[in-house]
Write a protein that binds this ligand. Sequence first.
Ligand SMILES: NC(=O)c1ccc[n+]([C@@H]2O[C@H](COP(=O)([O-])OP(=O)(O)OC[C@H]3O[C@@H](n4cnc5c(N)ncnc54)[C@H](OP(=O)(O)O)[C@@H]3O)[C@@H](O)[C@H]2O)c1
Length: 261
Amino acid sequence: MQLNQARILLTGASGGLGQELARQLAAAGAALLLTGRDSSRLTGIVPAGSGEVEFVEANLDDPQGIATLVAAARRFRVDVLINNAGVGCFGLLEEQSWPDIGQVLKTNLESPLRLTHALLPWLTTQPQAAIVTVGSTFGSLPFPGFAAYSAAKAGLRGFSQALRRELADSPVAVIHVAPRAIDTPLNSRAVNALNRELGNRSDSPADVARQIVAALQASDRERHFGFPERLFAWLNGVAPRLIDQALAGKLATIKKHASSL
Ligand SMILES: NC(=O)c1ccc[n+]([C@@H]2O[C@H](COP(=O)([O-])OP(=O)(O)OC[C@H]3O[C@@H](n4cnc5c(N)ncnc54)[C@H](OP(=O)(O)O)[C@@H]3O)[C@@H](O)[C@H]2O)c1
């Protein structure tokens, strides 16, 4: 996809990854419609004079927020939707409250589905269009301490693959990207401490944004970031028992950090 002709709706634009994505997409010449729940956090992300940039404040978890976004996207003549907004949720399932679990499922799975569903009639009328979903390594390598988050991201991956196949005879490409840990405010202090102790690598938002921009330019179907994470995700698909055993050895460490919350 030629980014200097793309008109992109980016959710989660005020977040750690979203801000970087916005800057890099603007630098590549894309017209941007940036969204988050607080418009004061959206202004100033992209340097003045970077081309066409508009803002729309909306809560993705509220049906009215979805309606606001769809109206703004049609006005802006969006042809790329990047479902990037998300929330984290670290802890042992039995110690988490249902409102927290429900929130993760809603923001990370239901809301991107709802927004995609509502915008699809518009996107299918465009000569060329793309939907990008930002998943996670945990979508294909579900991890203890992240049961709800892993479920939501695995769901988002399944949704993206099914929709891509459903839209194979349409002008709409569906691209799924799955980063490993990123240095952003999504990760609590406990998650950062856990990653340090387990030796899990964390990427900069700039590096991850560069890979997402490259995936969009190349119209890649699916990109999983990081090694050995890609290998372990593959192994989890073909021999999950090996991953069960490997993660059982890390369970005490995971529980220690989960109980420090
Ligand atoms: N950080 C990681 O380690 C990591 C790893 C793999 C994948 N990811 C994925 O990368 C994506 C971006 O995450 P991030 O690391 O940049 O997180 P972040 O810094 O916490 O940013 C999250 C963004 O989501 C928005 N958001 C959350 N709930 C929303 C709602 N109900 N309605 C509208 N917007 C909402 C926030 O906007 P407000 O301004 O409204 O709060 C913010 O812009 C997420 O999908 C995340 O799951 C992150």
